[in-house]
Design a protein around this ligand. Structure first.
Ligand code: NAI
Ligand code: MG
Length: 502
């Protein structure tokens, strides 16, 4: 695709989506839609066109305080934790069912707001959000403590046990790349653990979180258990992070902001989990089926236009197969049809924002200036909307910014290697440690590499397989703590040790 290629026009929105976009800017606090205390709003932008299509509230400090107060009261008066676990479980299932009932509308809104293809939002994002709620709902009736005996006391002198209690009020700050998946990844375990919460979606993508808020009362949640507010990170987000009545922060986003949040949460010593950036390696050994692996490596970087924390953004291929593999990835890139989010032919939509588009194009430029060669892509194929072509760069060196930094766009850098020790060293030569994949049919090399790679998730012969039942999180500067699975619910709890002399 070259500069002259124009992507197709964004099809018309459905009536349901238009109605949702036309809603008055309000916040969901204490089970009600409330007005902000000031009149500052932010635009909803369709990244396929660059046009403003709605407005939402940029929450004030007073709005944030009100949301936290609602969550605090709902936690403290026991209207959530006091309910039988089975009742709480069924409400979470009900919320999932309601989202599913409106799945088509959610998929369309997600596509319009974020830019991802509606076909993919419908096949993946919305079902995954529903699945996250169902999976976590089950923990509500299964979490518990344990009984233990002190080691230094005579047997039977004490009755000692460990209770698992909810952490309290959770503030949850999420990014724009998978708005519904991120929202449910945060909401679901908090609810299962017995916490109440305030969720703040990203300023680029607030539409589906607000639509989700419409369903909270219908699902039966008591007022104040789930509060959803919109606004800027450096104002509303920061207020949440520093708020004395918030007990726990869960954040997904950039490593830079994750570090800042961790610092700002220290004064009140909040419990913090962080899911941050990555620069995940795709390590390809010489014995692979090159054609199949090339398709996998292309999906690892081009899916969601590369705006994925675990995107396979560094390919390391063995010298013997390097050229053939890169040829295969370039061939596969042609199948990632770039277009507007509502066009059924689109496989890769625009980037989320003008800002992200500029960032990614700047990285491509930095790569070129530093001596990298572009195998395919490197251009912005339309002047309307935030499109970038699938891009492959070779002739890169370990110290280049395109190799070291998270680009968060459809841009992959590829390097050759000769032996396993060398590739393990290079793959680990990064401040990140979120994910990695290894491609080989050699069982022994597979397990050896999986042990060597310093990352929270390592895949073999696949990439990006993420499941609510499996823990997810980062080594090194890719995060703190784990989400999903039992560990993800436990992150919303405190342990209380009870020791009674008999
Ligand atoms: P960001 O980290 O600034 O935004 C994520 C969330 O944090 C948003 O909800 C935002 O409102 C909030 N936030 C921002 N500043 C805050 C503060 N001081 N206190 C509390 N909350 C705050 O990410 P941004 O700027 O949208 O994207 C920049 C880069 O971050 C991307 O290019 C990408 O490299 C990385 N990123 C990584 C993500 C991941 O999934 N790991 C997701 C999104 C971005
Ligand atoms: Mg948007």
């Amino acid at each position: 695709m070259n500069e002259m290629t124009r992507v197709s026009a964004q099809p018309a929105y459905s009536d349901a989506a238009s109605k949702a976009l036309a809603r008055a800017p309000k916040l969901f606090i204490g089970g009600e839609w409330v007005e902000s205390t000031h009149d500052r709003t932010l635009p909803v932008i369709d990244p396929s066109t660059g046009r403003e299509i709605g407005r939402f509230v940029d929450a004030s400090d007073a709005d944030v305080d009100r949301a936290v107060a609602a969550a605090r009261q709902a936690f403290d008066d026991g209207r959530w934790t006091g309910l039988p676990p089975i009742v709480r479980e069924s409400m979470i299932h009900k919320l999932a069912d309601l989202i599913e009932r409106h799945a088509d509308e959610f998929a369309e809104l997600e596509a319009i707001d974020n830019g991802k293809p509606k076909t993919i939002a419908a096949a993946l994002d919305i079902p995954a959000a529903v699945g996250m709620l169902h999976y976590m709902a089950g923990w509500t009736t299964k979490l518990g403590g344990e009984t233990m005996a002190p080691m230094a006391a005579p047997n039977g002198a004490f009755h000692a046990y460990v209770r698992r209690e909810p952490a309290g009020v959770a503030a949850q700050i999420v990014p724009w790349n998978f708005p519904m998946i991120m929202a449910t990844l945060k909401i679901a375990p908090a609810l299962a653990a017995g916490c109440t919460l305030v969720l703040k979606p990203a300023e680029q993508t607030s539409v589906t979180a607000l639509r989700l808020a419409d369903l909270v009362n219908e699902a039966g949640f008591p007022a104040g258990v789930i509060n959803i507010i919109t606004g800027n990170g450096h104002t509303a987000g920061d207020r949440l992070v520093r708020h004395p009545d918030v007990d726990k922060i869960a954040f997904t986003g950039s490593t830079e902001i994750g570090k800042l949040i961790n610092k700002n949460a220290t004064d009140t010593l909040k419990r913090v989990t962080l899911e941050l950036g990555g620069k995940s390696p795709v390590v390809v050994l010489p014995d692979v089926d090159v054609a199949a692996t090339a398709g996998g490596a292309a999906s690892a970087i081009f899916f969601n236009a590369g705006q994925v924390c675990v995107a396979g953004s560094r390919i390391y291929a063995h010298r013997d197969i390097f050229d053939k593999l890169i040829e295969g990835v370039a061939e596969a890139a042609k199948g990632w049809t770039v277009g507007p989010s509502l066009d059924p032919a689109t496989r890769m939509g625009p980037l989320v924002s003008d800002e992200q588009h500029a960032r990614v194009m700047d990285y491509i430029d930095q790569g070129k200036k530093a001596g990298a060669s572009i195998v395919t892509g490197g251009d912005a194929p339309s002047h309307e909307g935030y499109f970038v072509s699938p891009t492959i760069m070779v002739d890169v060196k370990p110290e280049m910014s395109v190799v070291r930094e998270e680009i968060f766009g459809p841009v992959v850098v590829a390097q050759r290697f000769d032996d396993l020790d060398e590739v393990a060293r290079e793959a680990n030569n990064t401040s990140y440690g979120l994910a990695a994949s290894v491609w080989t049919r050699d069982v022994s090399a597979m397990h050896k590499m999986c042990a060597e790679l310093k990352a929270g998730t390592v895949w073999g012969n696949c990439h990006m397989m993420i499941d609510p039942a499996l823990p997810f999180g980062g080594f090194k500067q890719s995060g703190l703590g784990r989400e999903q699975a039992r560990q993800g619910v436990e992150a919303y709890t405190e342990l209380k040790t009870v020791i009674i002399a008999l």
